[in-house]
Design a protein around this ligand. Sequence first.
Ligand code: FAD
Length: 314
Amino acid sequence: MNIWVFVEEANGAPAPVGLELLTKARELGSVSAVFLGESDDAIAELGRYGAGAVYRLAGGEDKLPAAGAAAALADLIASESPDLVLFGLTYTDRDVAGRLSARLGKPVVSNASDIRLDGDSVVVITEIFGGTQLVETAVRADAPALVIGRPKAFTAEPGGETTPAVTEVTLPDVGHAGAAVITAVHVEESEGPKLEEADIVVSGGRGLGAADKFELIEQLAGKLGAATGATRAVVDAGWVAYSKQVGQTGKTVKPSIYIACGISGAMQHLVGMKDSGTIIAVNKDPDAPIFDVADLGIVGDLHQVIPKLLEALA
Ligand SMILES: Cc1cc2nc3c(=O)[nH]c(=O)nc-3n(C[C@H](O)[C@H](O)[C@H](O)COP(=O)(O)OP(=O)(O)OC[C@H]3O[C@@H](n4cnc5c(N)ncnc54)[C@H](O)[C@@H]3O)c2cc1C
């Protein structure tokens, strides 16, 4: 099976979800990357993750790239006939996949948590009802199958060590469809490790009781070199920024250790963190659903438990 992975450049490197998808794609067949970016170092990195060939899409300047990228991909697909094209569940990737789906008149299956082959068919596994049920969708349309994969569904591991053959592709002019330009880019200021990439995450929920109590979460995270996360209840209350939200409508994280403080364990939260290595929960309610997924649980008032933990870590 000939598989293409669409990978966007992020800060001079391949976007992490692209490397995760390349790793999965290696299991399924021979792999090429379609890289939206300029960096040569990023292309070398794609080779380390198994891309034997790279199509570099460049030349969009300050234009919002999805329309041009989809048009370029449609042309490449017509001449190279891949069997499967994978995208990540990110803003640009989704935009490109949707436009490509419309151009090719083919379905796109989104939100994949796993992918397997059944003969020549691509079978996409998606989670529904907060990850409690799995749906298998076999793509029966003519190739290529278009699939969007969830971040952290696969673990990125280098392998296949190749020096990819690079084909330069200029983004075509798509007229009005590609006329939107990027006028400014704002990088959110944050301290400590990034939530999606951190090895340890400490998250706080409504059980904190007040916005200023999120400081407890920050102090514990600071001691552990961890990133901080939050539930939607906390974000909706305006206690912390949306960028910290973990869950169905927030970020998916998969750290080695996830510490949930004052979090009930609603399905929509669990879906964003249940694949973490070791889950530790602090909750005063012994029947809180978070304890169903926790490896270690502390039943108690977090306002007493966290200061004790901080003392122990001092
Ligand atoms: C479409 C949709 C999408 C959603 N997406 C998300 C999402 O992405 N992420 C997300 O998190 N939620 C999401 N939600 C919301 C979700 O359903 C829950 O409402 C939310 O996760 C609850 O947050 P919480 O655990 O902080 O609050 P609560 O459910 O109110 O739980 C607070 C917990 O704190 C405990 N507690 C209280 N005081 C203390 C104390 N002093 N010490 C220790 N424990 C204490 C309580 O026992 C309780 O278990 C979504 C909902 C919908 C409908």
